[in-house]
Design a protein around this ligand. Structure first.
Ligand code: IVH
Length: 740
């Protein structure tokens, strides 16, 4: 870059550039709010460097040019929660609450007349925070994050008046207090009137204020905190939930004054109604009532599902409603090819949030039927209709009703039978509730959605590579990402390219390097995440974790998939033959004929024993089943999908599944089958306990079973175990193990 400035002009320009770069650095790194594009930032730096070359005497000592990659305090540190931060199961109706109480009684095997108390308290609409105290002093504060790893916001939490720096006497040495950070309506209104930006609602304002890189900004924001739960403790707080919360109040925390004790469903529902009536005048946002089993020894027995405790329930307040016009029905194509209709609405405010889209589920829903053909509404939905939209919590808005008197369209909506993205035929298989594009990975919409899923939070979770960037790279011709493996060759391909990523709009040296580093960091990936990331139909996060635990490492998983492939083909063939049989066979003898057909297909020609064994092992994994097994094995077996998986794996270092939680338990790593009736522990509790001890629970006995717990009435499973020489124990022996 040449320059024809005088020395005085150059000095002024250098000063100006230095100030602007410093401001941009500040905005980017400390305020989390960039004010100029990376390209503009790079241009400023280039101009400064050129002037410094032309006028070496004017170069300042601490010039930004010398701060290579100048990246001061970046984001927040990560905190691994010692006990996971859970979310809550939601309920929307009185019967959900009654079911909750019934489920708990049955899990614990409590007679209907045994006392069972619950606490009921407002569900605060803020963001959860975990505070760690050691020796009575606050040592760490962390956001929930994904429940396992959160952000370290200790400096910010210290600025919140409701969060004590030191606890009043009597607290255990180690105490993790959990609760909700929130903002009152009055403080929110004041902040929006006077503050730097307008937040959509108090929850966003609270989250935006807590997650500030600069604690001085958090300090200036009126945040509050209610304590309602705990994590790690060096000594128990009390015997009951209510008692434990009372102790938190003694240590100096704010606890919600509306909490009440309930002796059953009727009392819980009465508290819910009472709190709902106070909702508008409380002065802060709540979105429901949380019920918790009061007896902490019951809570311990009930334990947790994958992301929620069995002993708590969030009973949400009803949805908010508004009328608007349905402008159009768009069809989106998902990663498994499902054609999902989306309502494009004239924007309308529903409960403080502007809504312009709503889900329409599938063609039956538009037609006004559920998937059994039963009516769910008095009419179908047509573009141009006036529709009533409702929102409940964070749920995607839905359509509650249609005003037929204002209808303008004379014909029902015609659902497309071809994929709008690739033109392939879209087929609805018998038993499936949606129509699916048959284009597979050749369909650009499916491919791009699969990629978005691949980088999503519970999958590869690559910083700087979200849905928006995936769309950009997918459409790009010089540096494309068309399948997962392409992500991991991106940096190498970029180096070999003439048009480098850093020179593009929206990118610069810093953001390109940051992206490559984030990708590199994910090359080593836990098996669970990889399985989930593949986006195989029916394989969600829970199934992925179960599969990873069952197979342990990637080579074992792949070998099992390869071994089971011939059996999966039989399974498909048998299903097809049975469907054909059903359509034809006369009513009598139907069942026998169907069973015969199934048997014939499985046995003729004979299936290698290894294939059968691999299939039985897979379908025997508790909670998975044949539908998932078939989908999984097919994904690994179908040549077009398999090459994509193989190319990806070649780029990765797949980490084996973590060892079971309780490694020192006598049943860690073992496969247990429960059969017959258990008398002292329900089947559900036994299963949960076995899993907590690091065992796998299977539904059927096979050569891989290590232990069978047989209660009275155990039949063929116990017999099979005996034949296979597997250890069989009774309930008392199991209770002795479970007590470890
Ligand atoms: S108890 C293990 N109590 O709701 C259970 N949560 O939707 C821990 N929340 O992540 C949660 N008010 O952030 C509990 N009174 C309350 C709550 C509450 C709000 C939040 C919490 C949780 C989320 C789940």
């Amino acid at each position: 870059m040449s320059t024809d400035l005088t020395a005085a002009e150059a000095a002024a320009r250098i000063k100006d550039l230095t100030a602007r770069i410093a401001q941009a650095n500040e905005d980017y790194h400390r305020r989390d709010a960039p004010t100029i594009s990376d390209a503009d930032y790079d241009a400023l730096k280039r101009e400064l460097a050129a002037l410094e070359v032309a006028f070496p005497d004017l170069k300042q000592d601490n010039s930004p040019s010398d701060q290579v990659g100048a990246a001061p305090a970046e984001g927040f540190g990560k905190v691994m929660h010692r006990q996971r931060m859970m979310s809550l199961e939601n309920a929307f109706s009185d019967s959900d609450v009654a079911d909750f109480a019934t489920r708990i009684r049955s899990f614990l095997n409590l007679p209907a007349d045994a006392p069972l108390n619950f606490t009921a308290e407002p569900k605060i609409d803020g963001l959860s925070l975990s505070l760690r105290y050691e020796g009575g002093r606050l040592v760490q504060a962390a956001t929930r994050g994904d429940g396992t790893v959160g952000e370290n916001v200790t400096a910010n939490a210290r600025t919140i008046a409701d969060i004590p720096e030191t606890l009043l006497p009597g607290a255990p040495d180690v105490l993790e207090v959990r609760g909700e950070v929130y903002m009152t309506h009055a403080d929110f209104a004041r902040l929006n009137d006077t503050g730097p930006r307008t937040f959509a609602n108090p929850r966003n304002a609270a989250a935006g204020s807590l997650r500030q890189i600069d604690p001085a900004i958090t300090a200036a924001r009126p945040l509050r905190f209610f304590a309602y739960a705990w994590g790690e403790l060096s000594a128990p707080l009390a015997d009951t939930q209510a008692g434990a919360v009372a102790r938190l109040a003694e240590f100096g925390f704010q606890t919600n004054p509306l909490m009440q004790l309930c002796d059953g469903t009727d009392a819980m529902l009465a508290v819910w109604t009472g709190i709902e009536q106070q909702r508008a005048t409380l002065g802060y946002d709540i979105d429901g009532v949380v019920y918790k089993v009061d007896d902490l020894s019951y809570q311990a027995r009930l334990g947790f599902r994958s992301t929620t405790p069995r002993w708590a329930l969030a009973h949400k307040f009803p949805a908010e409603l508004a009328w608007t016009r349905l402008e159009a029905i768009d069809i989106q194509v998902g990663r498994t090819g499902a054609l999902s209709p989306v309502a494009r609405l004239q924007p309308v405010t529903v409960g403080g949030v502007v809504v312009s889209n709503a889900t329409l589920h599938n063609e039956d829903y538009i037609a006004g039927r559920d998937n059994t053909g039963a009516p769910i509404r008095d009419t179908d939905i047509r573009p141009g209709d006036w529709v009533q939209v409702y929102r409940a919590g964070d749920v995607i808005p839905k359509i509650a009703a249609v005003d037929q008197s204002q209808r303008t369209s004379s014909a029902p909506y015609q659902f497309p039978d071809h994929c709008p993205a690739c033109g392939s035929e879209a087929i609805r298989e018998p038993g499936d509730s949606v129509r699916r594009c048959t284009g597979g990975l050749a369909c650009p919409a499916q491919a791009v959605e699969k990629l978005k899923h691949f980088v999503s939070r519970a999958a590869f979770d690559i910083e700087g590579l979200g849905a928006k960037q995936i769309e950009m790279f997918f459409a790009d011709d010089t540096l494309p990402i068309r399948e997962p493996a392409d992500i991991f060759t991106l940096a190498a391909r970029d180096k070999a390219n003439l048009s480098r990523l850093k020179n593009r709009d929206g990118f610069g040296e810093r953001s390109a390097e940051k992206l490559f580093a984030a990708i590199e960091e994910r090359r080593a990936i836990p098996l669970t995440r990889l399985i989930f990331a593949l986006g195989i139909r029916h394989v969600g996060e829970v199934a992925a974790a179960t599969l990873a635990r069952h197979f342990g490492d990637l080579p074992t998983l792949i070998a099992a998939m390869d071994a089971a492939a011939p059996a999966a083909e039989r399974h498909i063939a048998a299903d097809e033959a049975v469907a054909a049989e059903r359509a034809q066979a006369a009513a009598q003898n139907r069942r026998a004929r169907i069973a015969e057909t199934r048997d014939r297909i499985w046995s003729d020609p004979p299936l290698p024993a290894a294939a059968r064994a691999a299939w039985d092992d897979l379908t025997g994994i508790d909670g998975l089943g044949a539908v998932l097994a078939q989908s999984l094995v097919t994904a690994f077996h179908q040549p077009t999908e398999r090459v994509v998986i193989d190319r990806l794996i070649a780029q990765l270092n797949v980490l084996p599944a973590e060892a079971p939680a309780a490694q020192d338990s006598p049943v860690a790593g073992q496969t247990i089958v429960f059969t017959g009736s258990l008398e002292k522990m329900t089947r559900a509790e036994a299963k949960a306990r076995a899993e907590a001890l690091g065992a796998k629970v299977a539904g059927s006995v096979s050569a891989k079973t290590d232990l069978v717990v047989a209660g009275p009435g155990a039949g063929s499973k116990a017999k099979k175990a005996e034949d296979l020489g597997i250890r069989i124990i009774d309930e008392d022996e199991w209770l002795a193990i479970a007590a470890t």
